[in-house]
Write a protein that binds this ligand. Structure first.
Ligand code: BES
Ligand code: ZN
Length: 610
């Protein structure tokens, strides 16, 4: 009865469930700590059976624990990686079922906290103020404050955050938003999140942040120097994407959809923080060509944030659904060819990852066993792309028109809740057994769920419309001939994604270009000096593969401007291949700029793990 289904949480959330969380934290730049108190309101799931609450914690300092305002007996048990050290709090005698107790904990973060990155003024764009941001996904919320750190537990949140710089958090701002006048002066910022969210969506950021409107329910927040460029980049598409998503599912329930553009050391492309998607500045390219990322992140407003995987074993329910919605949105806004183009690129990445793991590897299954497994190790495109392919297959089995009726049903049924793959399967089967005609019922009976959820390796490859992709592959093919004479017209009609696909294909070709040919490519197609971080990075990878020594110092320098794992790892690995010393020097020079997560992966890649 009190068993839990999340192997990555040490908490006893089967016996107690967090209903509301209030944090009252000071963001202290001077000592690089977040400290203050957290109050967890926990509802008893049993009738006086449980006499202790066990919470997840990792590398936090605790000074005081109170239960219903009375000093409590508590103990932090042994630490073990990666799940941390459970905090046991005594509740003598237990309480009646459904009774709610308040646990108040005084806590401070330590320099071992993997969830926080503290940036010095020099690491921000205008160099005037420090900056902090958090990244709790997947199991790092416990390194900010003790909690039931499982996506199977959802809580509403109140935030009271004191900082001398403007703050954003994963809730709606309470009060007026005129931050800028208070730069440097301590102020309290309050936020409310009335929709229950899992702990991994808890987030804060604070720094020299200004805001501008990018849509009727959207603002962008970023450094004052970048504000105009960010506004221009986003103001055309966000509302369009939101409306397309709403047509597919149902109205957006979170009130605002805002974007925070972070400093360049943000290690991901985007993270679906409720109210404020966090995103890398690398997508601000001056051509509005990277906005697809927001079709993805805002889709999480339904898949992931509203309807949540109950453990990382079922991560595809978050990311596979989100990729599916993202592609449907982009298809609806830019035409069906874009749906297929994106799916083809995804398939290529899936092939790469399956090859990397090995086609029989546990981590290539849709549902992955996580007993004693660090979710970071499992992370790959498998959940994204195999998840997408299951949904695309189900769409084909019942027909798009019918599948489109299932989408709102599913998201409404599970809104505010967490589920596993079997509950998903049952919801799908029940819906079509109740509403489908004889033909549909016959078709869904043939679905081999066991195979879909547990067979490792690639799923069957469906037919795609290859129009957009073929153009990229054909051009890449021409470059195999050393006498091919390029012209800037070759890529005139290409979208940035097509240029990217072309560059990736050239880079992955068995035979590298000669250094001279790589330089020619960079110049004629205008990618060597592109203002797009994606394009420039992809070009540098082509040049490195070509052993074009003239680009080496440029790469070493560039590695201090990009902090997204997706760029840092391939660049460092490729540089390491052609000039190990230079790669090691570049890493030493830039390692403090990288986020701890990125730094760790880079050390692994370079073989210099401490
Ligand atoms: N939830 C992920 C971001 C994430 C993944 C954060 C793993 C931490 C660890 C987010 O929604 C995502 O998938 N972002 C992608 C971009 C997207 C367009 C596929 C990214 O950051 O590359
Ligand atoms: Zn995602």
């Amino acid at each position: 009865m009190t068993a839990t289904r999340d192997p990555c949480s040490l908490s006893n959330y089967g016996a107690w469930r967090t209903k509301h969380t209030s944090v009252d934290f000071k963001i202290d730049f001077d000592v690089k700590q977040i400290h203050g108190s957290v109050v967890l309101q926990l509802e008893s799931q049993t009738d006086k059976e449980s006499e202790e609450v066990i919470l997840d914690s990792n590398s936090v300092k605790i000074s005081d624990v109170r239960v219903n305002d009375v000093e409590a007996k508590w103990e932090i048990k042994d630490h073990s990686d990666p799940f941390g050290a459970p905090l046991h709090v005594a509740v003598p005698g237990g309480v009646s079922k459904e009774e709610v107790i308040h646990i108040k904990i005084h806590v401070q973060t330590t320099d071992k906290c993997p969830a926080l990155q503290w940036l010095s003024p020099a690491q921000t764009s205008n160099g005037k103020h420090p900056y902090i941001f958090s990244q709790a996904y997947p199991i790092n919320a416990r390194s900010i404050f003790p909690c039931q750190d499982s996506p199977d537990v959802k809580s509403t949140f109140s935030f009271r955050l004191t900082s001398k710089l403007p703050v954003v958090a994963s809730g709606l701002y309470v009060g007026d938003r005129d931050h800028t006048a208070t730069l440097g002066t301590e102020k309290v910022y309050e936020f409310e999140q009335k929709i229950p969210i899992p702990s991994y969506l808890f987030a804060v950021a604070s720094g020299d942040i200004a805001t501008a409107r990018i849509g009727p329910r959207s603002i962008v927040a970023t450094g004052p120097n970048e504000l105009a460029a960010c506004k221009w980049e986003l103001e055309n598409d966000i509302e369009k994407f939101l409306q397309a998503a709403e047509k597919l599912v149902f109205p957006y329930r979170w009130g605002e959809y805002n974007v925070l553009i972070l400093p360049p050391s943000f290690p991901f492309g985007g993270m679906e923080i409720p109210i404020y998607t966090f995103a890398t500045p690398a997508i601000i390219s001056g051509d509005r060509q990277n906005v697809d990322l927001f079709a993805h992140e805002l889709s999480h407003g339904w898949s992931g944030n509203l309807v949540t995987n109950c453990s990382w074993e079922h991560f595809w329910l978050n990311e596979g659904w989100t990729i599916y919605l993202q592609r449907r949105i982009v298809g609806a806004v830019n035409g069906d060819a874009e749906f297929h183009f994106s799916a083809i690129l995804g398939w290529k990445r899936l092939e790469d990852d399956v090859e990397q793991f090995g086609k029989d590897h546990e981590y290539t299954k849709l549902v992955v066993n996580h007993d004693n497994v660090d979710p970071d190790e499992v992370f790959s495109t498998v959940a994204y792309e195999k998840g997408f392919h299951l949904l695309y297959y189900l769409e084909k089995v019942v027909g798009r028109e019918n599948f489109d009726k299932f989408i709102p049903h599913y998201f409404d049924k599970w809104a505010g809740k967490s589920l596993d793959s079997f509950e998903f399967r049952d919801t799908f089967m029940d819906f079509f057994n109740e509403t489908g005609d004889a033909e549909i019922k016959k078709n869904i009976a043939t679905i081999d769920w066991n195979d879909k959820l547990y067979t490792p390796g690639l799923p069957p490859k469906p037919e795609f419309d290859t129009t957009l992709a073929d153009q990229c592959f054909e051009l890449a093919n021409k470059w195999k001939d050393p006498s091919f004479e390029p012209s800037e017209k070759d890529v005139e009609e290409f979208t940035a994604n097509q240029k990217l696909t072309f560059l990736e294909t050239v880079q992955q070709a068995e035979k590298p270009l000669s250094p001279e040919r790589a330089q020619l490519l960079g110049k004629v197609y205008n990618v060597a000096t592109s203002t797009s971080v994606e394009l420039k990075t992809s070009y540098l990878l082509v040049a490195l593969k070509a052993n074009d020594t003239s680009c080496f110092s440029d790469v070493a320098e560039w590695l201090g401007h990009v902090g997204r794992v997706k760029y840092v790892r391939p660049l460092l690995r490729a540089l390491n291949k052609v000039d190990r010393q230079l790669a090691l020097d570049a890493f030493q020079r830039h390692k403090d700029f990288y986020h701890p997560f990125c730094r760790g992966l880079a050390e692994k890649d370079l073989g210099i793990t401490a």
